[in-house]
Design a binder for this molecule. Structure first.
Ligand SMILES: [Zn+2]
Length: 187
């Protein structure tokens, strides 16, 4: 696992737990999420709760077990909790995020996020017959990421927690040649 050092507490943490923090004026530091939250509390002169949520395993609609890591960040008047999968020390696959007021109960926030994850994991939008992957029904849900390996600026989609290149997605769409489509984007 790629580990990096927090500039504040000097602990070695996974790279996905590190936040690049600062400004042009003050310079940037890489802080672990605990130190990031402590810094937010200090500069905002607020008291906040530090909770280290342990990873959990959940099965998707195909019965595949997936491990989710959590990242809790206090942003002053808001708090955000993210859940994501990790492969080769990088965030890969499913990602979820929930945002609420800073006063929100963190365990209740976690419960809401897990419920959202359960709902998403119970759905399947792609079918894979072993030879090729295709769109299961009339609706595809997923996340638009960036294909860092492409020279062009094209998306890398994440559908059912798996990466689907822009080209692969184009091939899947050819099953529907001549049809109309309506992209329905949401944050
Ligand atoms: Zn730290």
């Amino acid at each position: 696992m790629t580990q990096v050092q927090c500039h504040a507490c000097h602990a070695r943490v996974a790279s996905y737990d590190l936040i690049h923090f600062g400004s042009m004026e003050t310079g940037y530091r890489d802080l672990c999420s605990r130190c990031f939250n402590a810094e937010v509390a200090r500069t905002g002169q607020i008291e906040l709760e530090q909770v280290g949520f342990q990873p959990i395993d959940m099965s998707d609609a195909a019965g595949v077990k997936r491990r989710f890591h959590f990242l809790l960040l206090h942003l002053g008047d808001r708090v955000t909790l993210e859940a994501f999968e990790v492969q080769d020390s990088e965030r890969r696959g499913y990602e979820f995020q929930i945002l609420d007021d800073a006063q929100a109960d963190l365990f209740e926030l976690m419960a809401r996020l897990v419920e959202r994850m359960r709902r998403a994991l119970s759905l399947r939008h792609l079918v894979d017959d072993g030879q090729r992957c295709s769109i299961a029904d009339m609706t595809v849900r997923g996340r638009i990421g960036c294909d860092l390996e492409s020279d062009d600026r094209v998306p890398m989609l994440v559908i059912d927690g798996r990466e689907v290149s822009w080209e692969q997605f184009g091939q899947m769409l050819m099953t529907f040649e001549g049809w109309q489509f309506k992209p329905c984007l949401s944050g």
